[in-house]
Design a protein around this ligand. Structure first.
Ligand SMILES: Cc1cc2nc3c(=O)[nH]c(=O)nc-3n(C[C@H](O)[C@H](O)[C@H](O)COP(=O)(O)OP(=O)(O)OC[C@H]3O[C@@H](n4cnc5c(N)ncnc54)[C@H](O)[C@@H]3O)c2cc1C
Ligand code: FES
Length: 336
């Protein structure tokens, strides 16, 4: 007896009246994108609100009910995130608009990744290199959504330049963390669906001196950005300040690679920070915010790229706002 194939559902997208089919477990955004119908989106994981649509008919399951973009009033208005909603029946949704092509900077597509290498860079911090089924198209600083199990989706930033079919990530294993444990215990040869790229914290030239700030595994997109700065000679002779912080010096994963990149810059300056460090630690004792305060003094009017855990990102955002840096000058990904 053959097994029944999992159900697929019809998704009607107003106002265009496009009809697409969602596979079992597929989000509305993915199903529409796969059919060439582009609902506006940016983050792909539930923080930006760009993909919010109205559910006119049918039922969906939300994969991430605690997503930062979900507001208490959304349920009453039947507003849902297309990037986190999986149809449970045929549905009809209303988007503000749809396009028949992706945004130029987000050519987001489905790939199949096979894990080629897994290496521990620092305690509980791993580098994972996947080979995709075809060449990956993304900009340094962007990230991917990995479907580690059906319904278990997590974001990880590419740490390298786009180099053909290989993509590399740096991930921390959190005790009890379902996604990070799954990812960092995958055996080489394991296959994982990968969707990329997402996010807009990529390089742009604004005439200002740049600051790159990373906390913990936030070093992944910062490495990718710095590789581009070095390879393409961005920012001329302006100072490129790089601040990298972690709990302890041992947790500054990929520190050697970072030091080499900064040394290759005409005006590179690297400041390391550790919240807990031995007495002879030559870096800053404290957080990324302390390092920025010590180094920048009164000179805050620069362009900022930043990635790391939410506590670090929020603390730096608050500090920059206090120092009069406009939010449009800060390009960042908060890892949660
Ligand atoms: C833009 C972005 C880039 C990131 N880049 C990196 C990186 O390069 N390296 C790294 O180590 N970590 C990165 N993270 C964090 C990573 O995605 C995981 O949150 C982290 O590995 C902990 O997951 P967990 O399942 O082990 O923890 P758990 O405690 O089991 O899960 C909680 C985390 O999962 C996230 N989450 C829950 N449901 C979903 C969902 N449906 N879709 C997406 N996220 C969900 C929550 O935001 C929360 O942070 C990034 C996060 C974001 C948002
Ligand atoms: S919330 Fe950002 S794309 Fe869905």
């Amino acid at each position: 007896m053959s097994e029944a194939s999992p159900p697929t559902f019809e998704v009607v997208i107003e106002p265009s009246d496009h009809r697409v089919r969602a596979r079992a477990g597929e989000t509305l955004l993915d199903a529409a994108r796969r059919a060439g119908v582009w609902i506006p989106f940016e983050c792909g994981w539930g923080s930006c609100s760009t993909c919010k649509v109205t559910l006119l008919e049918g039922e969906v399951e939300c994969l991430f009910p605690q997503a930062p973009a979900i507001r208490p009033q959304d349920a009453r208005r039947r507003r849902i995130l297309a990037c986190q909603s999986v149809p449970q029946t045929d549905v009809c949704i209303k988007a503000l608009r749809v396009e028949d092509h992706p945004p130029e900077d987000l050519p987001t597509a489905d790939y199949r990744g096979v894990l080629k290498e897994r290496r521990e860079l620092a305690p509980s911090i791993w580098r994972l290199v996947f080979e995709l089924d075809r060449e990956a198209a993304f900009r340094p600083g962007q990230y991917a959504v990995l479907e580690l199990e059906p319904g278990l989706r997590r974001c990880y930033s590419m740490d390298d330049l786009p180099r053909g079919r290989r993509v590399s990530f740096i991930a921390k294993r959190y005790p009890g963390g379902s996604g990070s444990t799954r990812l960092t215990t995958l055996e080489p040869g394991s296959e994982v669906p990968v969707i990329l790229p997402f996010g807009r914290a990529y390089l742009r030239e604004t005439g200002r001196a740049p600051v790159f700030a990373a906390g913990g595994t936030g070093i992944a997109p910062i490495l990718s950005l710095l590789r581009q700065v070095v390879a393409e000679g961005w920012f001329g002779d302006r100072e490129v300040l790089v601040v990298y912080g972690a709990n302890t010096p041992e947790e500054l994963a990929a520190r050697g690679e970072l030091e080499e990149l900064v040394a290759a810059l005409p005006q590179g300056r690297l400041v390391l920070a550790a919240a807990r460090a031995p007495d002879d630690w030559p870096g800053v004792r404290g957080f990324v915010t302390h390092a920025l305060e010590q180094v920048l003094g009164d000179d805050w009017q620069r362009e900022y790229w930043m990635a790391g855990p939410p506590a670090m990102v929020n603390a730096v955002l608050a500090l920059l706002a206090e120092r009069g840096v406009e939010i449009t000058r800060v390009h960042y990904d908060s890892f949660g």
